[in-house]
Design a protein around this ligand. Structure first.
Ligand code: PEP
Ligand code: MN
Length: 310
């Protein structure tokens, strides 16, 4: 399959002569402004393999861990607990985008080393945020997936560098970004050479104040119609409140997301960031138990949809 991007010219004539070329089965005009990430370009789901996980495959994926890496003890304890409860990917921020310059900014390089140590001990793959184009090579050295935070969704200099970082990317939807803008940002990464992109709905800013953000659950079926990229839900940042996380996680499974990313902390009241929305280890275990039946149904549905490999 060859994608031709660019605007203008005699598109119809071009399509006809392409179709007349030997070896060409079909030429398809892609009308969406996001070409590579569109369903028109590729019908099959993109599957991203990291460690034991296949994101976009036939398992609902769970990424879990603290908002920030705080200490060796904290990350090791959390990693072991979330792995035992069924997560396959460990989250933890080493570079933290904080609203206030006086808040904890992350352990940076030391945090990355601790994440790598936790991967070593548990076999979990690691996802962590990269905030600046200058840090991409460093973070890519330690992480299995690079997370692009909501505040950086349209940092185009960063998106371009991600095109050649050699790691899968999880691109979080901006606080006030439309679905089209999210897809255009994903297009930047793919157009610059990296097709391994997953999208993350983490709640958007609305007039509602009962939750930290409004979880746009319809973004999942909308994205599933428009793109072949995997879609992850972040119920923690959407809710902002621990008690709401399990219900939104259930919704993520039911609505057909490919996975979720959840904040878990051994002692949320002492967390340096996002303690109010972090599940305790026991809370996470309990949620994973409750989700088991839902995930089974999810799997049946996904398997029915996927052609059997011969
Ligand atoms: C996070 O994952 O801790 C985070 C800062 O997320 P977001 O970019 O969605 O706010
Ligand atoms: Mn957080």
């Amino acid at each position: 399959m060859i994608g031709v991007v660019g605007a203008g010219g005699d598109v119809t004539g071009c399509l006809e002569s392409l179709e007349a070329t030997p070896g060409v089965e079909k030429a398809v005009r892609i009308s969406a402004p996001y070409k590579f990430v569109s369903k028109e370009f590729r019908k099959e789901r993109t599957i991203i393999k990291v460690g034991r996980a296949e994101i976009g495959g036939d398992e609902f994926i769970t990424m879990a861990g603290p908002c920030s890496v705080e200490s060796e003890k904290q990350i090791m304890e959390t990693a072991e607990a979330v792995a035992a409860a069924g997560a396959t990917i460990l989250r933890g921020g080493a570079f933290k985008p904080r609203t206030s310059p006086y808040d904890f900014q992350g352990m940076e390089g030391e945090g990355l080393k601790l994440l790598a140590k936790a991967r070593e001990a548990t076999g979990l793959a690691v996802i962590t945020e990269v905030m600046s184009d200058r840090d991409v090579d460093l973070v890519a050295e330690y992480a299995d997936i690079l997370q692009i935070g909501a505040r950086n969704m349209q940092n185009f200099a960063l998106l371009k560098v991600l095109g050649r970082c050699g790691r899968p990317i999880m691109l979080k939807r901006g606080l006030s970004a439309t679905i089209k803008e999210l897809l255009m940002s994903a297009e930047y990464i793919v157009a610059h050479g990296n097709p391994q992109v997953m999208l993350c709905e983490r709640g958007i800013r609305t007039f509602e104040t009962a939750t930290r953000n409004t979880c746009d659950i319809s973004a999942v079926p909308v994205l599933n119609e428009l793109t072949h990229l995997p879609v992850i839900i972040d119920p923690s940042h959407a809710a902002g409140k621990r008690s709401l996380v399990p219900a939104l996680a259930k919704a993520a499974v039911a609505v057909g997301a490919d996975g979720m990313i959840v904040e878990v902390h051994p002692c949320p009241e002492k967390a340096v960031s996002d303690g109010a929305q972090s599940l305790t280890i026991e809370g996470f275990r309990e949620m994973m138990r409750t989700l088991r039946g839902y995930r089974e149904l999810w799997k049946q549905e996904r398997e029915a949809e996927m052609p059997l490999a011969v």
